[in-house]
Design a protein around this ligand. Sequence first.
Ligand SMILES: [Zn+2]
Length: 420
Amino acid sequence: MCEVVNQAVQQAVSRRRLLGGAGAAALATGVTAAAGSAAASPAPPASPAPGKGPGGDADARRYRSWLTLLGTSGGPVWWPGSEREGIGSAVVVDGDVYLVDFGDGSGKRFKQAALVPPEMRTPGGFWGEEMIRAMFLTHLHSDHVADYFDYFMLGWTNGLRSRPSQQPIQVFGPGRRIDEHGNVVMEPIFTKPGESTPDIRVENPNNPVPGTVDMTNSLYQAFALDINDRMRDNRYPDLREIFAINDIAIPDGIGYHPNDNHTPQGMEPFEVYRDDKVRVTATLVDHFPLVPAFAFRFDTDDGSVVFSGDTGPSRNLVTLARGADILVHEVITQQWVDVLMPPPLTPTEEALRNHLLSAHTLPEDAGRIAEQAGVGTLAFSHIVPGNAPDEHLNGARKHFSGRLVIGRDLMEFGIGKRGR
Ligand SMILES: [Zn+2]
């Protein structure tokens, strides 16, 4: 999720302070106070318990392939009153597991989900991690990667050592923020209208925009003490042989440049991964300035599931999702935007609002996207705010004639034909 949200909150805080009144005290405590007041005033409603609420398929596990929403909230915010954990999803195909995004708490949901039935687990596989075949990162914002390394650090003691296939788990995510010549491109510093560009320190100037391979290598190094201990004292196998990390190469010749905030439109989806059970394709979506950002499509013999990742309304996504059974789409509510920046807007607030809404999608627009793509089910996940009431999300129905489901953690959907 775009960090401009935090700027928007700060704008709202200063605005309320100027205006005075009861809202000032609530907003002055920062992001979470603003988030809490966004869901409903005066008090946010409690979210339904994980796996509860309307929608989803209670019998999803009778299907050979199914989708589990692990965490369903978006943003680097601990949403008050919400039982939604951070974004994360799993596609299970004939007992094999494919994971998409690793938000805060999604690892906890993975354990609760117990995706692999006991009879299919190998001895010593506590949670079924041994069945993970591939992991996918849509982009490298913190709310999509917070639990990523859990699977490395703790997977050793929870089944990864006994993988029956002995094949490494394939990991795919964005590469460095580079242009087509391989030059590193820093994102521009966001400035308010009339503001001069501030001097901001660059973290890790030798590699300030690492991709998935760089990030993972740095994590290995950061935790070398534990990793070496496990390999020497416990004689665990080499983590680098359990996981194979891949940066996703952006196709040449499509006009992509990291600092062009108009993602190349009309691009054809391209293949990222294929095995005997799934084919995964990707496209670039609109999440500037955090690029590259991908949407993924999983095609199986049973049916197809598409994940939008974080994006504004995206034509590329319509192309990718064409005819899919399920589209898992991110969403941000108008009510929350209005709480952050209540009208009338100053030029600065207008700029922040537009910046925010170019990188995220309102419910009505998600409905349009789903209708244009002709998908069967539109499932909202990466919901901002995480404590949004359903009535703030139902606007998608105005434009979408299929099944709309407001995602909850651990909600499941059967894919295609039933039967194991
Ligand atoms: Zn994001």
